[in-house]
Every structure is written in structure tokens, then in C-alpha cells.
Design a protein around this ligand. Structure first.
Ligand code: 3H9
Length: 697
């Protein structure tokens, strides 16, 4: 028998134990071990019932995702679950932690399920571009009916043990954390009460009740909005519907076919890359795992604006008190009122109790003086992008803050080393770039300065985890990883409109690729003045930034959503961008002034110029060591800018497009469009010459 699964008998209960850290995933060794253990249990004449239980922090968390995309090895998971269900002896699954995907499917193939109250169950395959492929789509609806099964399978959301009990997924829930004792007690009850083998496949009352229901079509309609561009959610509905239209064995076959379609889809590869990428980014290259981490028990924030307020919420949400400092009392009052309004809104939606709202608000202290930062462990500066002001602030922080306090800037573009130079402790200075809205967006781009200490780097990565963000460590340069690439895309998008495209055509190409919004809708959301100010600053600094029709928008006070007019116009209370003939005229006028004769621009050219330009820049970012690995860039773009996770991020997507295709387009635009953004990255040329991909780095 494999070491990862063992069999032993306790009294008249045969116990099958899985012990495959960290999450007891169903790799080949576990699958074959489980079959062997089951066989042993069947043969053990003293065993009257069998118990499946797991060691470590969780029940089985699913198939072993690392095996996907490789040739399948016997025994397969469907074979395993069918063999389990066919057991002649009653089988009990005892669940703690999370029973997910193939893990829940294995539990569903047992005849009874008991869990501790902290346990959760779910079928999250859809988040990996898959559907439950070991009977989940056939067995779950037999217990819950169509509606709930469709909800769980198409969202992948987890359900707590008590809810799972109410839904009929579990048979019993017990308090406590000794899962083996809970499982043994239940199995003993099964034996003592002579409970029969009860196979989920044979439970048909809910199937009969929902047969012919229009819930499937309703779900498909709903998914057209909720899961735009995605492949597997629709296949999930097809598979669940099969449970209602076909006999069990045929339903299983249909599920398998649909599962294989998903497995072969590029979306599955992209989503699994995102899954592992999200976890890999926490392992920073060159930063030893055992680097000491400083305790962050209190935080100071400079600026009570949208950004400062959003940042503060992240900390109070996890119980860390914050002190917000502003120059004027009314700015503090205004900021605090917005934070309260956000929490009150969550309370209205039932996400927080009124008591929790008050608890959170009580964790916020406001002040007009930096002296109140004397005892904090971390200060985050979130004032507007002005180097002189930032340096002044950091010099003051250096005077006031205790030794060992981390001094962070939320700058989105400026030089961290220059900011650090205003202090006598550059080793404690770091960038912590939050994305707006800071209480919602999952990315935290942590920026290392040349003197930032390892301890500070490790601490800000730990802080990201603590506040439930995905932290990515990047190097110091203009715009870091995310905005540096975004600015290249923005410049190309503006030029494309100069040359003849419409803003809505550019945006549509990007939303068709899977971005939640296009470049110009995003500019309207962020504020047209933001980009304008950056361009003006760079012009003042002597950079050759050409005039743009977008400058005219800013000069006319069309600042985006906040003025209900920007690149698009907006109806009162709506965020829906509406193309505006006035802007068309403004663009036409601009072209005339510049002597540009507009030409027809294809969607393909828009895609290449907006996205390939980012990839070329991404390659330069890698060359310069600003990002350690292509996956760091992918995760920045997925979590900070809405690059579709199912495409795996820009660098992963580039590998799928073909680096040779991208390089030849880059060279073409170097000749036709010009500019440093089209100078091919040496790394891109090298990879193409060697026939390698970003994934090979
Ligand atoms: C499936 O089951 C298909 C079937 O329907 C049909 C097949 C025919 N495999 O997230 P964490 C690793 S699809 C391999 O940091 P947490 C993870 O990479 C599967 N490895 O911990 C990490 O490794 P490292 C359906 C896995 O406590 C370590 O475990 N199941 C798997 O925050 C710790 O993970 C899912 O989609 C796996 N399945 O969260 C569940 N899962 O330390 C996916 C995790 O080297 N997993 N690892 O970086 C999760 O949602 C979370 O990991 C979990 C734990 C909630 C379990």
C-alpha cells in the first residue's frame, strides 16, 4: 500500500487515513492508495463499516492540480469514486478543513458524511476552467436539487458545514476539532443502528422534482452576463442538466466528455497558471524563507482621501488599529465619513452587523500631527504624486517614528530611492502601491528600493497576506511593473485614435480580449486629469510627450465619470459609458490641427498595438530585473488591472500567441509607428532566436 494512504481497524470500524500534505490532494499515489485501502477494508471481515478521514489541516482539497495537462494515470478519479460508492460496507466520510472538488466528490461517493462545524465544502473546479469531473455534477443535484447545485458548481463558492447540513450535503455536523473522534462516533452509530449502504446515485426524489424545470435556461441567461467570455460555466450547466435528463451512468459519461472539453480548453491552462502564480508570487526570489518579519500591530496613514481611506479599511478589517493624519480637520472629517458610509453600505447588504461597523470605526484615530505616529509600526504615505512633498513628509517621519518602524509610500510611479534619500534610514523605506478602490482591489505592488532591508521586504509581503491582498515584490523604476506597462498601452491607444480609430473601437477590442473595461473607460473612471497631470509633469521635465486630444478634454473640464463627461458621457447616477458626438468632433478637430488624415484601423492592429506593446515592455521589465519572473507580471496584471485570469496574464498569453508573432509585429511597428516603446526587447529577441518561451525562464 502507498505511504500516503493507510488502513487500520479500530474495534469494528475500518479506518482509511489519507496523509498527503499540504492539502491531501488526490494525486496518483493517493488515488491508488485509496483503492488499495478500500479493498483491504472490504476483505477485513471484522470491519462492519469503513471511515475515510484525513490527517493534517484539511480533508481532501481536490484533484492534484499539478497533474493537469499531463497524461492521465490510472486509476482515474471517476473509477475511484464509483468503486467507493459500490462498496458493500457502509462508508462514512469525516470532513474537517475543506472538502473541495474531487475531495467533495469522494465524500459524495461515501454513504454518509459527517463534519466538524468549521468545515467547508465546495466544487471550485469552475475557477480553474473545469467542471467537477468525478460525479460532482451528477451526485450533488441528487442531494440539493437543481438550483443550489447550479449555484455551487457555476460559482465555485464554498458552503459552511451547517449550511451544507441544511442542504442535505452532510448528514451530521459536530462541534470540536477532533475529526477522527467525530468520524469514529458516527461510524459506530452506523454500525450500532444497522444503517444501510446508501448510494447517492440511487436518490432520485429531487431529480424527479426538478425534471423539465426552466432553471437551466435561466442559469444560462444569467451566465451570459456574469461569466462573459468564459467557457466552463456553461459546460457546468450542461453537465448538471444531464443529471436530470439521463440515467446516472450515462450522466457520468456526459460529465466526462464535458470535463475533457474543459480540460483541453486554453482557459483551463490560463486559470491554473493564475492559481499557482497567485501562490508563487509570495515566494520572493532571493529572499530567504526564514527572513525575520517585524510585528505590525498599528499603522499610520498620511492622507484621508480615497486612497488613504481605502488603505485604512484594509487594516481595520483585520483588527489592526490605524491613525490617519491630514493637514486639515475637514479633510479628516470627510474621509472618515466616507469610510463610515462604505461600512454602513456593507451593513445594509447584510455583510456586516451594526456592531461590527462600530468596532471597525473605533479602530480609527484621526490626527493633525505626525507626532501621533510615534508608536506605530508602519506608516503608509498616500498623498498626491509630488516628489518634493513626499520627500518633506519622509524627512518628518524620520524624525518622529520609532526605530524599526517601516516607512512606506503608496506612490504609483515615483522613485522610491529618491524618497528614501530624505531619511537617515533608507533600509526601512519601501513602496506599497495599492490599487483603487484600495479596499477592494486584491493587488499590492510592493516596491523594493536599492537599500530596502530583507526584513522590511519580508514584512510587507506578510502584511499583504494579513490584509488578504496578493502581494507582488517588484523593483524600482518609473511606474514599477503595472503602470509602466499601462502607460505604454495608454500612449498607443491615444495614437490609434489620432490615426483614425474611435475610443469605443479601442475599448471594444480590449473588452473582447476579456478586460472588464477598455483603456478609455478606465481613464474616465480614474479621472482624465490624472493622466493629463502626469503628461504635463513629464513635459515640464523635458520629455517629448506629443500633444493629445485627451489634453483638450482635460482642459475643457471633461474629467471623466466625476463630471459625467470625459472620453464618454454618462447619465446621472450611471457608470455606463456612452459615445459622445462632441468628443468625435473634438477628435476630428484635433486631427485637422495636426494635419492627420484618418485611416481605417483594424481590430487586429488595435490588439497588437495595445497589448503587444505591453508584452515588449514586460520583457524589458524582466531584463532589468524589475520583475523577478514572468508570473509576477501576470499576477500584477490579473489582480491590479483586470487582465482576464483565464488568459493567464499578459506574459502567459504572449507564450500562447507565439513570441515570434509578437516580435515580428513589434519590428513592424518600430518601422511604421516608431518610438522607444517599439524598440524590441533584447530578451524577446533572445527567446525567439532560441525557440524558447517566457515560461522557460
Ligand atoms: C478537481 O478536483 C477536479 C475533479 O473534479 C475531477 C478530476 C477528474 N492540487 O492555497 P494555499 C497547494 S480540481 C495541488 O496556499 P490555504 C498550493 O499550491 C481541484 N496542490 O493554502 C500550495 O502549495 P505551496 C479542485 C494544491 O490554506 C499549498 O497547497 N480543488 C492544491 O490558503 C497550500 O495552498 C480546488 O480547486 C491542489 N488541488 O488554502 C482547491 N490545492 O505551499 C484549490 C492547494 O507549494 N485549493 N495546493 O505554494 C484551494 O482552494 C486552497 O489551496 C485551499 C487551502 C482552500 C485548499
Amino acid at each position: 500500500m502507498s505511504e500516503v494512504v493507510s488502513y487500520n481497524r479500530e474495534g469494528n470500524i475500518g479506518v482509511i487515513t489519507v496523509n498527503y500534505p499540504p492539502v491531501n490532494a488526490l494525486g496518483q499515489a493517493v488515488r491508488s492508495g485509496l483503492l488499495a485501502a478500500l479493498e483491504q477494508g472490504q476483505k477485513d471481515t471484522e470491519a462492519k463499516a469503513l471511515l475515510l478521514v484525513c490527517e493534517g489541516r484539511t480533508f481532501i482539497a481536490g484533484a492534484d492540480i499539478r497533474e493537469f495537462g499531463k497524461p492521465m494515470q490510472e486509476p482515474t478519479l471517476p473509477t475511484l469514486v464509483n468503486t467507493f460508492e459500490n462498496s458493500d460496507k457502509p462508508l462514512v466520510a469525516a470532513i474537517h478543513g475543506t472538502a473541495l472538488g474531487g475531495g467533495l466528490e469522494t465524500a459524495l461517493s461515501c454513504h454518509y458524511r459527517v463534519a466538524v462545524s468549521s468545515a467547508k465544502v465546495g466544487l471550485p473546479e469552475v475557477k480553474l476552467g473545469l467542471l467537477p469531473g468525478a460525479g460532482g455534477t451528477q451526485r450533488l443535484p441528487r442531494l440539493t436539487g437543481a438550483q443550489k447545485a447550479l449555484e455551487m458548481i457555476t460559482t465555485g463558492e464554498f458552503v459552511g458545514a451547517n449550511d451544507a447540513l441544511a442542504l442535505g450535503i452532510l448528514d451530521a455536523v459536530e462541534e470540536g476539532d477532533d475529526i477522527r473522534a467525530v468520524g469514529m462516533a458516527y461510524a459506530q452509530k452506523v454500525v450500532d443502528e444497522g444503517k444501510p449502504v446508501r448510494r447517492v446515485r440511487d436518490i432520485t426524489d429531487k431529480i424527479d422534482a426538478d425534471k423539465g424545470s426552466d432553471v437551466f435556461d435561466q442559469f444560462r441567461d444569467e451566465l451570459k452576463k456574469r461569466a462573459r467570455g468564459l467557457f466552463s460555466p456553461f459546460k457546468c450547466v450542461d453537465a448538471v442538466e444531464a443529471a436530470f435528463n439521463l440515467p446516472f451512468d450515462e450522466g457520468m459519461k456526459r460529465e466526462r466528455e464535458l470535463f475533457m472539453e474543459c480540460m483541453e480548453s486554453p482557459q483551463r491552462a490560463g486559470l491554473i497558471h493564475s492559481f499557482f502564480g497567485e501562490r508563487e508570487v509570495s515566494k520572493v526570489k532571493g529572499l530567504p524563507k526564514d527572513t525575520p518579519v517585524r510585528d505590525v500591530k498599528s499603522v499610520g496613514i498620511i492622507g484621508a482621501g480615497t486612497m488613504g481611506g481605502g488603505i485604512a479599511m484594509n487594516f481595520v478589517n483585520v483588527g489592526i488599529p490605524v491613525t490617519i493624519v491630514e493637514v486639515k480637520q475637514d479633510a479628516l472629517d470627510k474621509g472618515l465619513a466616507i469610510i463610515r458610509r462604505n461600512y454602513e453600505n456593507s451593513a445594509k447588504k447584510g455583510k456586516l452587523t451594526q456592531e461590527q461597523v462600530e468596532q471597525r470605526m473605533a479602530l480609527i484615530t484621526t490626527s493633525l500631527t505626525y507626532d501621533d505616529f510615534r508608536d506605530v509600526d508602519l506608516v503608509i504615505e498616500a498623498v498626491f504624486e509630488d516628489m518634493a512633498i513626499k520627500k518633506e513628509i519622509f524627512a518628518k517621519l524620520d524624525e518622529v517614528c520609532k526605530p524599526g518602524a517601516i516607512l512606506a509610500s503608496n506612490t504609483s510611479t515615483l522613485d522610491i530611492d529618491e524618497i528614501a534619500s530624505a531619511t537617515k534610514r533608507p533600509e526601512d523605506v519601501v513602496g506599497m502601491h495599492f490599487f483603487s478602490p484600495a479596499n477592494v482591489m486584491k493587488l499590492l505592488e510592493n516596491v523594493r528600493g536599492s537599500k530596502t532591508s530583507d526584513e522590511v521586504k519580508a514584512t510587507v509581503m506578510a502584511v499583504a497576506k494579513k490584509i488578504k491582498k496578493v502581494g507582488v515584490m517588484v523593483g524600482n523604476c518609473y511606474g514599477f511593473v503595472g503602470n509602466r506597462m499601462l502607460h505604454k498601452r495608454g500612449t498607443e491607444a491615444m495614437s490609434l485614435v489620432d490615426e483614425g480609430a474611435t475610443p469605443q473601437q479601442v475599448d471594444k477590442v480590449l473588452t473582447d480580449l476579456g478586460f472588464p473595461m477598455g483603456q478609455f473607460a478606465m481613464s474616465d473612471l480614474a479621472g482624465i486629469d490624472v493622466g493629463y497631470r502626469i503628461r504635463e509633469e513629464r513635459r515640464k521635465a523635458g520629455e517629448d510627450i506629443p500633444a493629445s486630444w485627451m489634453d483638450k478634454l482635460a482642459e475643457q473640464g471633461r474629467l471623466g465619470q466625476k463630471t459625467q463627461a470625459g472620453v464618454y458621457k454618462y447619465e446621472e447616477g450611471s457608470r455606463k459609458p456612452i459615445p459622445d458626438p462632441e468628443v468625435e468632433q473634438l477628435i476630428e478637430q484635433f486631427r485637422k490641427e495636426q494635419g492627420i488624415t484618418p485611416r481605417e484601423i483594424t481590430d487586429q492592429e488595435i490588439l497588437e498595438r495595445c497589448v503587444y506593446v505591453m508584452i515588449n515592455e514586460g520583457a524589458k521589465i524582466l531584463e532589468e530585473g524589475i520583475a523577478d519572473r514572468p508570473l509576477d507580471i501576470d499576477i500584477v496584471w490579473i489582480y491590479g488591472y483586470g487582465f482576464p485570469a483565464y488568459r493567464g496574464g499578459p506574459m502567459f498569453w504572449a507564450d500562447q500567441e507565439g513570441l515570434d508573432t509578437i516580435l515580428s509585429a513589434v519590428k513592424k511597428y518600430q518601422d511604421t509607428v516608431g518610438g522607444e516603446q517599439w524598440e524590441p526587447a533584447a530578451l524577446l529577441e533572445k527567446l525567439v532566436a532560441e525557440g524558447r518561451k517566457f515560461a522557460d525562464l
